[in-house]
Design a protein around this ligand. Structure first.
Ligand code: MGD
Ligand code: MGD
Ligand code: MO
Length: 632
């Protein structure tokens, strides 16, 4: 039987899928206008994950350092007893929820722990730097519909590796190129962007703001600024003054882009026809990542490409923008101001917390793996009682006292939106949960009702219906078709009306210098997404041996390494053994490692990445990590 469902993985493509439950085959829904009948391998091979031999399908309790199987009743009794005790000081409970699963029902754990007044996290490991930057500029988070890119004469892509992170945006780009749209990509290189770009410009990682400022300087020199555009901005004189005071050559040399390439980028923006600007998430994972995004947005604005078809600046939209909450339907508990611990330095934050953290609950997050300074997270998890809701014995599950096995996608229902497109999808449960796995919603509903002071949820259908009310989405249409298009104008900020109270655009008013490189760690470590896997959701069998890092043949480390000896990737935080390979057109001081490998296999770069904040949105500056390669 073929059933319409949808992917709930943390990916903007948010595909509508057809699952043949007899053949266990998965394909993209041809009726879904964005999915268009195809999906990536992570989606089409999801049964390998559901049926994996090493999947945890029974609750586990740790005793004397070893896990043993337990019934749900035994595991829940133990968890509830610990929680009831900890609730005497609600702040002593810490709830950590990640990007592992999303949706209307996916909010259940946040709602339950909010009602308990538990501590929570702030800060971000993903996209909040770029979101905050975009909101400072435009007043709200929005971009043109992704399909509008087909109207662009040219696309300027600031680093997004569509071959890995979004095959449906890639398909749109392929289609646009067939119709004559040209694509220029600016990135540190060594990625998949050459496959879909007419021109590639290699930039020193972390310095896009200087390149955008250099192009803006050429606009100033040319004097061809559109008065209508300037009229829609609040603080143009401040940005103009800032750029006037800078030398073109210095801007070029800071980002290590030649003046002729900067002139070419100016021509791409200034020529007739509209230009769409695409901004990667990579641009904002640097200490001045927010400023990078703001200067790129400023260029899209000054070039007259905001509020027009075929233009726009694509960072992302909020996947939850069309979905409401059902928290107000929950009975018991109360929502008070919660203590917040910084996510990207969670080890240190737990250690210094007063009152101390006694109980930690983690769901949908391989936190021990995905945040910097992982070893300190392991240390901080040692004393509190730790419950992890996950289905694999990954770096986080290993630190648990109790592991509760969740039903994964296709085994449980949810409804979710996308951070790229404008459709809301129904992720139907199409197969029974394996073994004793239970949906997260069911687990939280059960847990809440077992507490000494209970917190009770409505049934799941009531929650879904409530969540759909916000954007007036028809429940029946959603169930019938598997998706609903939510109306958002195809062009964002039409007539240049922005979200600030005065309706005007805001420019950045400062350009911070790039921090000095530590001469002992002259290379820059980029821990990029891998095409084959979603973050750390990597089968254990694929993690043998030292991980491969990629450098350019021009990298000073490459010539200095002796291939016959062991090689280590070294930062001030520590060292890990790696294999080194070369890749074309990568910036000569960049080192690429694909992220998500597990600590227990010596594959996790976060062990040697220091927690560093970005300038906006409390984001994580993973890519500002200095490093070196050496034989040992
Ligand atoms: N070094 C480095 N680290 C990074 C980044 C970087 O650039 N560099 N970027 C990061 C980014 S962009 C992100 S978004 C984060 C992602 O960090 P995480 O959110 O930790 O992502 P995953 O590694 O995919 O882990 C998600 C977990 O959720 C589990 N899961 C899946 N479905 C369900 C479910 O239905 N219920 C429950 N309970 N669990 C489920 C999966 O098995 C998996 O273990 O990592 C960040 N980490
Ligand atoms: N296959 C797969 N797809 C995914 C994910 C996954 O884990 N696997 N994760 C999803 C999630 S949660 C996210 S957030 C996205 C992330 O998607 P991407 O944006 O692709 O994320 P990154 O790998 O962090 O960075 C992407 C690119 O940024 C470029 N880059 C790095 N630094 C700079 C810079 O300073 N300037 C410029 N111009 N470019 C730079 C790099 O060359 C890299 O190719 O992907 C989503 N899609
Ligand atoms: Mo992300």
């Amino acid at each position: 039987m073929t059933i319409i469902t949808a992917c709930t993985m943390d990916c903007g493509d948010a595909c509508s899928l057809l699952v043949d439950t007899d053949k266990k085959s998965i394909k993209g829904n041809p009726k879904h206008p964005f999915t268009k009948g195809f999906c990536c391998k992570k989606g089409s091979r999801y049964f390998e994950r559901l049926d994996a031999e090493d999947r945890i399908v029974t609750p586990q309790i740790k005793e004397n350092g070893e896990f043993r199987e337990a019934s749900w009743d035994e595991a829940m009794d133990l968890v509830v007893a610990k929680l009831d005790t900890a609730r005497a000081v609600p702040k002593s409970i810490l709830h950590i929820h990640g990007h592992g699963y999303r949706g209307i029902l996916g909010k259940a754990s946040d709602i339950l722990f909010n009602k308990m007044g538990a501590s929570t996290t702030y800060g971000a490991v993903c996209d909040d730097t770029g979101i905050t930057a975009s909101i400072r500029d435009f007043g709200v988070l929005n971009h043109n519909a992704p399909e509008d890119i087909l109207n662009a004469s040219r696309v300027i892509n600031w680093g997004r590796d569509l071959t890995r992170c979004s095959i449906h945006q890639l398909a749109l780009i392929h289609k646009a190129r067939k119709n004559g749209t040209e694509v220029l990509t600016i990135s540190p290189g060594g990625d998949g962007t050459a496959e879909f770009s007419d021109v590639n410009v290699v930039i020193r990682p972390g310095t896009d703001r200087f390149l955008a400022a250099a192009v803006l300087k050429l606009y100033l020199e040319a004097g061809d600024l559109n008065p209508w555009v300037l009229n829609r901005t609040f603080n143009w004189p401040a940005l103009r003054g800032l750029i006037d005071g800078m030398s073109f050559n210095e801007l070029c040399s800071t980002c290590e882009v030649s003046s002729s390439d900067v002139e070419m980028i100016y021509d791409w923006y200034a020529d007739t026809g509209n230009v769409a600007t695409v901004i990667s998430w990579g641009v904002q994972r640097h200490v001045f990542g927010g400023e990078n995004v703001r200067f790129i947005n400023a260029l899209a604005m000054i070039s007259g490409n905001i509020g027009v078809p075929g233009g726009g600046a694509y960072f992302n939209v909020s996947s939850g923008r069309d979905l409401g909450t059902w928290e107000h339907l929950v009975k018991g508990g109360s929502s008070a101001k919660r203590r917040e611990l910084l996510i990207q330095n969670i080890g240190a934050e737990i250690r210094k917390a007063t009152p101390p953290i006694e109980f930690i609950w983690v769901d949908g997050h391989n936190i021990v793996n995905q945040v910097p300074d992982c070893l300190s997270v392991v240390e901080a998890f040692a004393k509190p009682f730790v419950v992890v809701v996950d289905g694999f014995m990954n770096d986080t599950a290993m630190q648990a006292d109790v592991i509760l096995p969740p039903a994964f996608m296709f085994e449980r229902e949810d409804v979710l939106g996308s951070f790229v497109h404008n459709y809301v999808n129904h992720c139907a449960a199409v197969v029974k949960p394996r073994g004793q796995c239970r949906s997260d919603f069911d687990v939280y509903s059960d847990l809440g009702s077992r507490l000494a002071a209970p917190i009770t949820f409505p049934d799941s259908e009531t929650c879904i219906r409530e969540g759909l009310k916000q954007a007036d989405i028809s429940y029946d249409e959603l169930m019938e078709n598997g998706f609903v298009k939510v109306h958002h104008p195809s062009v964002a900020f039409e007539n240049m009306q922005f979200g600030h109270l005065d309706g005007l655009y805001r420019f950045p008013e400062e350009l911070h210098p790039e921090p000095q490189r530590d001469p002992d760690y002259p290379l820059q470590l980029l821990s990029l997404v891998s095409g084959k896997y979603l973050h750390s959701q990597i089968p254990e069998k694929d993690q043998a041996g030292a991980p491969v890092v990629f450098v350019s043949k021009q990298n000073p480390a490459w010539g200095a390494l002796n291939p016959a000896m062991d090689t280590y990737l070294v930062t001030p935080e520590g060292a890990m053994q790696v294999k080194v390979d070369t890749v074309e057109e990568l910036h000569h001081r960049a080192v690429i490692i694909r992220r998500g490998g597990w600590m227990k296999y010596g594959q996790n770069a976060n062990v040697i990445i220091k927690p560093m904040m970005t300038d906006m949105g409390d984001g994580t500056a993973y890519y500002s990590q200095g490093c070196r390669l050496e034989n040992r």
